[in-house]
Ligand binder design. Structure first.
Ligand code: DC
Length: 335
C-alpha cells in the first residue's frame, strides 16, 4: 500500500471553483501514478479554513470517485499557511514509488517525500552499506540502487567471455557488445546481463574480487556511472557504492560514509557467505577484504574515499537499526 499526497489552491471560495480544482487534482494524481479506480482505497482531504463553499470529498464523489471511502476535514489556522488550499492524501494498492502532485502554486509541506531524494552511502565491503541502504529506501519509499552489483555483472561478463578482468583493452571490447541494466520487481533490484537476470550468480566470493579488479578500468566506470546517474536523475533513490558521494553524485544532499575494522567486516562477510552456502574460513575472508580495500582505495579513477562533506559512521559497535536510526535522524534534521 502506498500513500500519495497532493495539493492545489483555488482561485476563490466558490463551489464551482472547488469542484473544478478537486477534479483536476485527482485526475492528475491518477494519471501520473497510472492508477485505476480499484486501486484507490480512500481519499482524505483537508482544506484551509477560508474555504467554506463545498466539501472537497463531495466534489470528489461528483467527479466520479465513487468506489473508495472519502473524507474531508478542516485545517487549523496557521500563520503563514497558504490561502484557499486543499490538500489530499490517497491510500492506494500499489507498490510503485508515489508521484506526489502539487498544482496551482500549492506547496508541499513534506519535503522529504516530495522533493527528489538521493542518498549516497559509500564505504568498504562489509561496512553494512547494502543492509542499511535497503532499509532506508523502504522507509523513504524510494529505490535502492546497488551499484556494486553492476560492477559484479561486468566481472561475470568477463568470466563468461573468458576474458582476464585485469586487461582493460579486452574488457573494453567485450563491454561494448554487452548490455548491463537493472530493473525492479516488487521494489527489489534485479541485475541483468544481456537481459538475463544474474542477481544471484554475481554474489560469489570469486566475483567479489573480480568486480574490484574490473571496476578500476576507465571504460567500465564510465559505462556504469552513466547508467547510475541516469537512474538517480529519474528517481529518488538510495545508492550504495564506493564513489557515489565523490564521483557519481558529488552534489547529493545526503552523504554517508560507513566504516568498520577489517576484522568486524570480515566476520560479517564470512557469516553472510556461510548463509549463502559459500564455505570460506575467517582468515581467507579477512585476507580478501584487506586486498579488496587496497585495490578499491588505490585505483587511479574514483577510488574508495570519504567525500569531504559525507558524515562518517563507524558501524563496528552499532546494530543495523542503530545505524538506520542515526542516518534517518541526520536526514530528517536537514529536511
Ligand atoms: O559493494 P560490492 O561489494 O558489491 O562491490 C563490488 C566491487 O565493485 C567493489 O570491490 C568495488 C566495485 N565498486 C566500485 O568500484 N564502485 C562502486 N560504486 C561500487 C562498487
Amino acid at each position: 500500500m502506498k500513500a500519495i499526497r497532493g495539493a492545489t489552491t483555488v482561485a476563490q471560495d466558490s463551489a464551482e471553483e472547488i469542484k473544478k480544482c478537486v477534479k483536476e487534482l485527482l485526475l492528475e494524481i491518477k494519471q501520473r501514478n497510472s492508477l485505476v479506480d480499484e486501486q484507490i482505497i480512500c481519499i482524505m482531504f483537508s482544506n484551509t479554513s477560508d474555504l467554506h463553499s463545498y466539501y472537497p470529498a463531495k466534489a470528489a464523489r461528483e467527479a466520479g470517485f465513487i468506489s473508495c471511502a472519502l473524507y474531508s476535514s478542516l485545517e487549523p489556522e496557521i500563520d503563514g499557511a497558504l490561502n484557499n488550499c486543499i490538500r489530499v492524501m490517497l491510500l492506494t494498492e500499489t507498490d510503485d514509488t508515489p508521484k506526489h502532485v502539487y498544482l496551482n502554486g500549492a506547496v508541499n509541506l513534506r519535503r522529504d517525500i516530495t522533493k527528489k531524494l538521493n542518498i549516497a552511502i559509500d564505504g568498504p565491503a562489509g561496512s553494512g552499506k547494502s543492509s542499511i541502504s535497503k532499509i532506508l529506501a523502504k522507509k523513504f519509499g524510494i529505490l535502492y540502487l546497488d551499484t556494486g552489483a553492476m560492477y559484479r555483472a561486468c566481472a561475470l561478463a568477463c568470466v563468461l567471455g573468458g576474458i582476464d578482468c585485469a586487461n582493460g583493452e579486452l574488457v573494453d571490447k567485450l563491454l561494448s557488445g554487452t548490455e548491463i541494466s537493472v530493473k525492479y520487481e516488487e521494489g527489489k533490484q534485479k541485475t541483468l546481463l544481456n537481459n538475463v537476470d544474474v542477481s544471484d550468480n554475481i554474489r560469489t566470493p570469486e566475483i567479489s574480487m573480480l568486480a574490484s579488479t574490473v571496476s578500476a578500468h576507465e571504460c567500465v566506470r564510465k559505462k556504469m556511472v552513466d547508467l547510475q546517474r541516469k537512474i538517480a536523475c529519474e528517481n529518488s533513490c538510495v545508492l550504495d557504492g564506493r564513489d557515489i558521494g565523490t564521483n557519481v553524485l558529488p552534489s547529493a544532499e545526503y552523504k554517508f560514509f560507513l566504516t568498520a575494522s577489517p576484522e568486524v567486516r570480515a566476520l560479517r562477510r564470512a557469516n553472510e557467505n556461510k548463509d549463502k552456502g559459500y564455505v570460506q574460513n575467517f582468515d581467507e575472508v579477512l585476507k580478501e577484504i584487506i586486498l579488496r580495500d587496497e585495490q578499491d582505495k588505490t585505483r587511479k579513477i574514483a577510488p574508495l574515499i570519504k567525500a569531504a562533506d559525507a558524515i562518517e559512521v563507524d558501524t563496528g559497535d552499532m546494530s543495523i537499526d542503530d545505524v538506520v536510526n542515526y542516518i534517518m535522524m541526520k536526514i530528517q534534521g536537514k529536511i
